[in-house]
Design a protein around this ligand. Structure first.
Ligand code: MG
Ligand code: MG
Length: 261
């Protein structure tokens, strides 16, 4: 069942999501060649706890860490490790969750490490654009298929493919709630969107084919063709007229603008 949130509950979700946004910005300042994904995980865990929250992902279905770190051809759910060292030219998708006041924040961003090829920068830009095109559809009276269709049309027009097995979701007192929010779909189809629904929209877009495989750890997914994959995620509240974005990339992008890798 879909839980509609009151305005007060949506403000609590905003608090959780703003902690996530700031944690991701903190990680943005650290990302550089030579840094390990375990170092990013440790810092995220400290940052979230310093802000009075607990990491929403740690222990979720047995997930062993506080963030997911997915490098290059990895799509989502990568496990931080002191053996995974970032290299010049890599991309890293970081998915982060924070739980406070009974509500979960959930947001993700794909970062560049050093100098990244133009074709990969294009993938990141298009994926992020598709997230905002999806969010434009996240208003009362539209349907879930409108969100998925906006994302899929934009990415496929650029020759990319949309991951099917992993999708967005409702978010609130639970990290994952109804409804499921696919990044593909048909205009005018699917669940009707109502004011007070809160959902995480999170396109996972591949440069090559859409097929994925699981790594041996049972968590990490990567592209079957080993081409790069990008992931951007916002938690949003459905409203009349315009979606209310509860997470934010502003802090991240302020850091990135001033950063010399
Ligand atoms: Mg997430
Ligand atoms: Mg999510």
């Amino acid at each position: 069942m879909i839980f509609l949130k009151t305005d007060e509950e949506i403000e609590l979700l905003r608090i959780s999501n703003q902690i996530v946004a700031k944690a991701l910005a903190e990680l943005a300042s650290m990302i550089a060649p030579g840094v390990t994904t375990a170092q990013l995980d440790k810092r995220a865990d400290e940052f979230i706890r310093d802000h009075g929250a607990v990491p929403g992902f740690l222990g979720y279905n047995g997930f062993p860490n506080s963030i997911c770190t997915s490098v290059n051809e990895q799509i989502v759910h990568g496990i931080p490790s002191d053996k995974t060292v970032l290299n010049d030219g890599d991309i890293i998708s970081i998915d982060c969750g924070a739980y406070i006041n009974g509500f979960h924040g959930d947001s993700a961003y794909t970062f560049t490490v050093g100098e990244v090829k133009q074709e990969i920068l294009d993938l990141l830009r298009t994926t992020k654009e598709s997230l905002y095109l999806g969010i434009e559809q996240a208003v009362e009276g539209k349907r879930l298929g409108d969100i998925g269709n906006a994302i899929q049309s934009h990415c496929e027009a650029h020759g990319y493919s949309v991951v099917r097995e992993m999708i967005g979701h409702g978010v609130g007192r639970n990290l994952h709630e109804s409804p499921e929010v696919p990044n593909y779909g048909r205009k005018g189809y699917g669940t009707l969107l109502k004011s007070g629904m809160t959902i995480a929209i999170e396109p996972m877009i591949n440069m090559g084919k859409r097929q994925l495989v699981f790594e041996k750890d049972g968590w990490t997914t990567r592209t079957a063709d080993r081409m790069p994959s990008a992931h951007f995620e916002h938690s949003v509240a459905i409203r009349k007229g315009k979606a209310d974005i509860l997470s934010s990339f502003e802090y991240i992008e302020q850091v990135l603008e001033t950063k010399i890798n």
